[in-house]
Design a protein around this ligand. Structure first.
Ligand code: GTP
Ligand code: MG
Length: 195
């Protein structure tokens, strides 16, 4: 995929701020610090368009990025970060819930998990909830550069088992650091947009 244009559009904190031009939306969910923003930057080959941080819990809104006048990436706030207040967590739930329930242009939700660890309880809850709402899901298993190649298959199998994944859901091995999985994920995205 050749990226001709990529721009940040808005940090939405409520649904009436979501764009109204009906371009397909590809959302990214995952626990705090798992590498959502880094994945966006790798997909669009921009170093720092999506804000990355070593401080977890930093992205608190739905951040919209418009790509090639063809789609939006929607970067979700990370979940599972212990140090956010109850009130903040409730707010997180509200916006995500209304987005997932009602967002017509949502074509695919990319759920990101870390290859080094089995999916957490929060990951499983998120996955179950997406399935419950019939959202098309692709699971990206990222940071694969952090473990030896010989362990990739085993760790992907553990991720599938822990999530009790639907066999028809696609899993993509990824590394934002090395660019592994980029073309494969673009293919998944293009198929999702084509319906
Ligand atoms: N080695 C390696 N490091 C990665 C990879 N992806 C992300 N990281 C690092 O992991 C940290 C968190 O990455 P982010 O992209 O900011 O994570 P995030 O999920 O957007 O985090 P929040 O917005 O806080 O929820 C950063 O230090 C990244 O450099 C990867 O594929 N490989
Ligand atoms: Mg982020």
């Amino acid at each position: 995929m050749k990226i001709k244009q990529a721009e940040f559009v808005i940090s939405a904190v409520k649904p009436d701020q979501f764009p109204e031009d009906a371009l397909p939306e590809i959302a990214l969910a995952g626990r705090s610090n798992v590498g959502k923003s880094s994945l966006i930057n790798r997909m669009i080959e921009r170093r720092n368009l999506a804000r990355t941080s070593s401080q977890p819990g930093k992205t608190q809104q739905l951040n919209y990025y418009r790509i090639n006048d063809m789609l939006y990436f929607v970067d979700f706030p990370g979940y599972g970060y212990a140090k956010v207040s109850k009130a903040q967590r409730a707010k997180w739930g509200e916006i995500i819930e209304s987005y997932i329930r009602e967002r017509e242009p949502l074509k695919l939700l990319i759920q990101i998990v870390d290859i080094r660890f089995p999916p957490t309880e929060d990951d499983c809850l998120m996955y179950d909830w997406l399935k419950h709402h019939d959202i098309p899901v692709c699971v990206v298993v990222t940071k694969c550069d952090k473990i030896p190649k010989g362990k990739w298959d085993k760790h992907i199998r553990i991720a599938k088992e822990t999530l009790q994944a639907d066999p028809s859901d696609q899993f993509v091995l990824f590394s934002s650091e090395k660019g592994i999985g980029r073309e494969e994920l673009w293919e998944v995205i293009q198929r999702a947009i084509a319906g």
